[in-house]
Ligand binder design. Structure first.
Ligand code: PLP
Length: 408
């Protein structure tokens, strides 16, 4: 290979394909003013005041099309609240995907239940409904579909399975703010929808989380658990349920209300850019966009994912490809290096929980699609880059073609 061709890659000192940066979080003076007003008011949080928290909860529930919403400190605690409210008992099984953030499974251990890993679909990297059905036992109580990357899971199939087996469904929509499945907002379809407002997420206040539901009993329990077990109308020192202080501040609430005003437009920009990128990348040998015809009427692209085939890139390992792509100026990552069940937490059974049967053994778990996604295939482009222009999307495709020209 000629030296000057190799040198043209940005990683080797050549010119970058994309010069601009992609700011995140997005804010302006109105956000600064909203937080400053709360600071000056001295009304920073409960027990004295929560009016801004309640206003945001109302606004987010309305946005999702649900009756209720309960904010909490993060998108892990929100999963925990949902699981507790669903009434799981020690040793119950909860079905989770292996291609997700740790909290989807670790919160199951926190409530003394057994995470059961079920493989993902290679075309979407979301839970495969057929595999869910095959994993159900008499101990199964809950399914936790993760709308990974902001792409809707096959909710019609999942809800049908849940109804057939009398299971609860908790949607982990930590990637799914604003996205839709057959015209319904993600998080509003199962028994509970859980969201994170951590700083990388599509709606953020630095940290934070929320659960949404249409079920009044689930709502009351989650609200109580979030507020040290107090109940609506109860006294300050009357604690009914084993909750904790998981409340957010008024500063977070006003920031979230501000950010929520931008969410729908940002989501539509990412969706349009994602559709464009799908077209552009389909023309590149060895690059396969995720499938997009399974009911996701609006995709919020928390991540834009595609499948990478090293064979079309001179056997260049995925990790090296991603380093080259990042050097070209595309904000990207190789994603999870291995499926969740390979974590020491599961392999060494560091559960700190005594309700998990001795027979549970994660050393035998093997989900081939998740393994392949982690090892060779999955490449992530981050959501803030999907807020760019159509011209930026053309350049993302050009950066991939440039790498291919050099290495293939
Ligand atoms: C971020 C995330 C969470 C948890 O969110 P935190 O707010 O960081 O606790 C849960 N599930 C998934 C899939 C996530 O990506």
């Amino acid at each position: 290979m000629e030296q000057n061709v190799i040198d043209s890659l940005a990683i080797n000192g050549g010119a970058k394909t994309i010069i601009r940066s992609f700011p995140w979080p997005v804010y302006d003076e109105s956000d600064v003013q909203a937080v400053a007003d709360i600071v000056r008011s001295g009304k920073w949080g409960d027990p004295d005041c929560a009016d801004r928290v309640e206003a945001f909860e109302r606004a987010f529930a309305d946005y999702c099309g649900t009756r209720y919403a309960v904010t909490c400190v993060n998108g892990s605690v929100s999963l925990r609240l949902a699981l507790m409210a669903c009434g799981v008992k020690p040793g119950d099984e909860v079905i989770v995907p292996p291609y997700t953030f740790i909290a989807t499974a670790s919160t199951v251990l926190e409530v003394n239940c057994v995470p059961v890993f079920v493989d993902i679909d290679p075309d979407t990297y979301n839970l495969d409904p057929a595999a869910i059905e095959a994993a159900i036992t008499e101990r199964t109580r809950v399914i936790v579909p993760v709308h990974f990357a902001g792409q809707a899971c096959d909710m019609d199939a999942i809800m049908a399975i849940a109804r057939r087996h009398k299971l609860r469904v908790i949607e982990d929509a930590a990637h799914g703010h604003g996205a839709e499945y057959r015209g319904r907002k993600l998080g509003s379809i199962g028994d509970v929808g859980s969201f994170s407002f951590q700083s990388s997420k599509n709606l953020t206040s630095g940290e934070g989380g929320i659960v949404v539901t249409n079920d009044e009993a689930l709502y009351r329990m989650m609200a109580s658990l979030r507020n040290v077990g107090r109940i609506e109308g109860g006294q300050w020192y009357d604690h009914y349920n084993p909750g904790c202080n998981y409340r957010i501040t008024q500063m977070q609430a006003v920031l979230l209300s501000q950010q929520l005003k931008r969410l729908e437009e940002q989501t539509r920009i990412r969706d349009a850019n994602g559709r464009l990128l799908n077209e552009l990348l389909s023309g590149i040998d060895g690059i396969t966009p995720m499938r997009r015809d399974l009911g996701e009427t609006l995709h919020c692209y928390h991540l834009y994912m595609f499948r990478y085939d090293p064979a079309a890139f001179g056997q260049l390992p995925k990790q090296r490809f991603v380093e080259m792509l990042a050097a070209e100026g595309v904000p990207c990552s190789a994603g999870y290096p291995h499926p969740l069940y390979r974590q020491p937490l599961f392999q060494q059974k560091n559960f700190m929980c005594y309700a998990i049967p001795e027979t549970v053994d994660y050393s035998q778990v093997y989900c081939p699609v998740a393994e392949q996604a982690c090892r060779d295939e999955a490449v992530w482009i981050f959501q803030h880059a999907m807020l760019g222009t159509a011209a930026d999307m053309e350049l993302f495709a050009e950066a991939i073609r440039k790498i291919q020209r050099v290495v293939a």
